[in-house]
Design a binder for this molecule. Sequence first.
Ligand code: G3P
Length: 231
Amino acid sequence: MLYLLDSGSPGDVRYCKEYYPLAGVTTNPSIIAKEMRAGEKRGFWQLLEEIRGIIGPKKMLHVQSVQKQAEGIVEEARLLESRIGGALYVKIPVGAEGLKAAMKLKGLGIGVTMTAVFTPAQALMAAEAGADFVAPYVNRLDNVAGGGCGVVEEIVRVLELHKSGCKCLAASFKNTWQVHNCAMSGCQSVTMSADIFRAVLGHPLTDAAVEGFDRDWKSVFGERTILSEDL
Ligand code: G3P
């Protein structure tokens, strides 16, 4: 499983890189705008350069184009590639213009993540156009009619059936159950907020177990640790 952080916050990126097996970072225009509204002083490019600096060139950075027409998307993708570089994936909302851009970008050797995917049919066509990743939005589907993880399962299956190298990058998570269900369906990658990273790992029984170990140890050894010389 590739775990990616869905955030434009350098603080979140630093934290997740330090504590979790982080494969990369994903952003989108809403995420970037949220940082700016929250008082981020750096401009768009500085923010992305900062994130690239934190994760280094090998971890993935997915950045979305804001253009609607294929030509504009390709132009933005080339600029992103030249300014941000490293393992860069240009995110493009799925659609005819997006597919046209994706096919051009594949010829240029630029990574593509087709985003805002809501059906397995969209995912398969995006994959055939050369997308490296397709990103279905699990919670947004759950909010409308449920079945977000079912859509992810079908995407994984249809990509396998057609022997596509494209990976499913499930996104839009609001709880750990959604993440787990995607993992059980064989989904190769997920992108989630720092809060969901914390939630996936946390469990009250783990906390209780650790408290018990601590209590029992201290009842015999006091404040000494394994590093203490008088153990
Ligand atoms: O990567 C897409 C994701 O950011 C959408 O998440 O929480 O806005 O549905 P959300």
